[in-house]
Design a protein around this ligand. Sequence first.
Ligand SMILES: Cc1ncc(COP(=O)(O)O)c(C=O)c1O
Length: 450
Amino acid sequence: MSAIPVGGPGLPQRRTLVTEIPGPASRTLQARRSAAVARGVSSTLPVFVTAAGGGVLVDADGNSLIDFGSGIAVTSVGNAAPPVVSRVSSQVAQFTHTCFMVTPYEGYVAVCEELARRTPGSFDKRSALFNSGAEAVENAVKIARHYTGRSAVVAFDHAYHGRTNLTMALTAKNMPYKQGFGPFAGEIYRMPMAYPLRWPDGPEACETEALEVVKSLIHTQVGESNVAAVIIEPIQGEGGFIVPPDGFLRGLSEFCREHGIVFIADEIQSGFCRTGDWFACGHEGVEPDLITTAKGIADGLPLAAVTGRAEIMDAVHPGGLGGTYGGNPVACAAALGAIETMVAQDLAGRARRIGDTMLPRLRKLASAYPVIADVRGRGAMLAIELTRPGTLEPDPRSTAAVAAFCHRNGLVVLTCGTFGNVLRFLPPLVIGEDLLDEGLTILEDAFASL
Ligand SMILES: Cc1ncc(COP(=O)(O)O)c(C=O)c1O
């Protein structure tokens, strides 16, 4: 095998298959992995990556795969984006850690300033930084409870908020996230999600009924005055890229305001230009009280944040929030490089253009293959849902078959959905048109092969 190439956008932006997928080098590594790594940590596609950049992942066998996953909506600015590499390299040579709670540094403050600038709402804001999305969600709930003095938290069907104890309780799907891991945190109340395809009386009724149903259930089953927070993903991620009808999020946030409930938007998957705006809430002009972010914020370095109204964030006493590594200086340097790239390359605009390229092709596919019941999403956060033709019965087998075909042919796609029947597309926002086009052609071939 030739020498390992250097990652970043300089990698040849083309699909090249030199072995079967996974190839022999990946299979050898997989054997080592099986003997050393816990079985519970699984991988979608066991090719071992040696370099990545732009829209490609290069594996240990020298295959170059098209990336429609971005490491689950993380490498939006492209893997090893030059501003990230240079800022991280300089920071790592200066100092790697002091603990912001011991002796602070400017990078942390600069990231919080950027968060205040980019998140919806022109009111006074504060942020706190953490290591993972789940940790940010946990802290958003802590802050909301402290501020309101209430304990109930409302979450939704099909929600995904993480794998820690509290966030497992907030997450809807049992297998694989919750099975056998209880008991779970209490005072979590689950409401029906405004899921147009699966709303009992159909998509139009979803638009008129969903908000009223949720408000009524909160009133009768929880009591508004007991609710500290309502937490929702503006576009649900793991649950199936479910886009609620226009007006649902706005109505929910107004209901929260009316009752002194903290409205938390979990934008961990949908944030940072992914949907064609800095945040998915922006499409509806919704201004959450608190917003949780992670994933796209730092090109893969572990960083997450809670950002929100100053009076809510600052209700917590000094020392009530934090952690040893939260807002690590190297991760903050990466975030500043990623945000710089999003601004310089107008990646929100680029996400909209990706949507403009992909959506017509996906809709055409849906009209050719009745197994596709729905095409949905925004910008570069798109999905198709597969069912038995003419019914709403989920078809996870065809979904898995399409994904496997794509993988064998060098296109990394991910599945999701409560019923495992959704193919989701999250290409890096810097992916070239040629790769996008080639990836879509592989997807079309996959449906033709069913
Ligand atoms: C909407 C949402 N919230 C929370 C999380 C948890 O983030 P992490 O895996 O960084 O803990 C995820 C991860 O997929 C997510 O998509």
